[in-house]
Design a protein. Sequence first.
Length: 80
Amino acid sequence: MKIKYFTDTDTALVEFSTRKVAETKEINENIYIDLDPEGNLVAMTIEHARKQASLPRLSYEQVEKESSNKTLQRTAKSRR
């Protein structure tokens, strides 16, 4: 994944893959998504990115899958 920020246009481009774009859909007047021929997300364009996406603050967090035992413990506690 790549994130590019164009200061001259205040536009962020988030590239999820290098697959060929078949279609672009407008989510709202400032956000567009690019899809491949199978409908998979290829990229997202965010116009007025500082306002729409809180740029220049950016963070990344990788969340590991919880073990099924922890999930079962949490479920059991919430039923009490």
